[in-house]
Design a protein around this ligand. Structure first.
Ligand code: NAP
Length: 303
């Protein structure tokens, strides 16, 4: 039996593992994809204290290595079930069943989809959720980025360097991305920003060849030829597995405060999966430290 099982190897989970191990507790991390979480796709991190211009991939690998150097064990397996009813918490995974004195859920949030016609049909054939993964396939082509937050501007910035033309399509005329990111993209000659606009349909035969864009201000539609659509409209939580036992808020995020404690003793939540105002690396790291410290205190008192 481990002291702490950590679900998710993003910034929150790996920080929790570092703090847990340094508190003298054995931590086992479960990750179904690769270490790093959402940030692994960011070309450059510029807002994490003490680090400037490090790629999301390099940052993720360094953090993963740090957690392992502290003694944490990583399992690349998916969590398929939980039983939090007893003092020892059970976690069922594709690598078997595991038990721990405490559990920290740091499973992040999944990429949101537009939900328009053609999005699902052309996923992997011109519809992408990651410019650094797929951008190179569209070198010299015309592409669109959907969204008005940090991710959309990062994607547009990256694609502007390799694509002939980039349209940034945003449903409102106000952006939630930082002003520096917006200004930098607006300066690029091959980027055109279409505000108050939504994609109604993604069209093509074998691959994407055009999109139908609706202007929300005047109701007009236009079909625009292009080769790819990069969707960067944020995240939504994936907490269905826990909904019967742990409290979720109206949007499906875990309803837990800054102390990361849930309604079940010995179960903690950390990072983007928890309800919060600001989802950033720095807040995910903060949650990881808080959750591991709370778990350590709980274990000391109860075992
Ligand atoms: P976000 O900040 O939640 O922004 C989502 C954007 O997509 C908003 O502009 C939103 O428009 C739009 N949107 C949402 N649903 C839509 C829909 N169905 N159709 C069209 N547009 C839609 O998402 P994000 O930029 O992916 O960022 C997610 C979190 O990660 C944020 O907390 C962000 O700060 C963080 N992040 C941080 C970094 C970094 O630190 N370097 C990098 C990337 C992301 P409205 O404004 O109209 O709602």
């Amino acid at each position: 039996m481990d002291d702490i099982i950590i679900i998710g190897a993003g910034t929150a989970g790996l920080t929790a593992a570092i703090y847990g191990q340094r508190a003298g507790l054995s931590c086992r991390i479960f990750e179904k994809f690769a270490p790093g979480g959402q940030i692994v796709n960011s070309p450059s991190i510029e807002n994490y204290p003490g680090m400037y211009g490090v790629s999301g991939y390099d940052y993720s690998m360094a953090l993963f290595e740090q957690a392992q150097k502290c003694g944490a064990v990583a399992e690349f397996a998916e969590v398929t079930g939980i039983d939090f009813s007893g003092k020892n918490k059970k976690v069922m995974t594709t690598a078997g069943e595991f038990e721990a004195k405490a559990v920290i859920i740091a499973n992040g949030a999944a990429r949101r989809k537009i939900g328009c016609k053609g999005e699902e049909e052309f996923e992997g054939r011109g519809v992408s959720y990651c410019a650094t993964c797929d951008g190179a396939f569209f070198r010299g082509k015309t592409v669109a980025v959907v969204g008005g937050g940090e991710s959309a501007f990062e994607e547009a910035e990256y694609l502007a360097e390799i694509c002939d033309k980039v349209y940034l399509i945003h449903r409102r005329d106000i952006f939630s991305a930082a002003k520096t990111a917006v200004d930098s993209v607006l300066k690029k000659k091959n980027v055109t920003v279409l505000t108050n606009s939504v994609i109604e349909e993604i069209k093509g035969t074998n691959a994407v060849s055009s999109v139908v864009i609706k202007n929300r201000a005047n109701g007009s539609t236009v079909e625009m030829p292009l080769s790819a659509v990069f969707v960067a409209i944020g995240l939504s939580p994936d907490n269905g597995l826990y909904k019967d036992v742990l409290k979720l808020d109206e949007y499906g995020y875990f309803d837990a405060e800054e102390d990361c404690k849930t309604n079940i003793e010995g179960v903690f939540v950390a990072g983007d999966t928890r309800k919060k105002h600001l989802r950033q690396l720095v807040t995910a790291a903060s949650d990881g430290a808080a959750a591991a410290t709370a778990a350590a205190n709980y274990i000391r008192k109860n075992f």
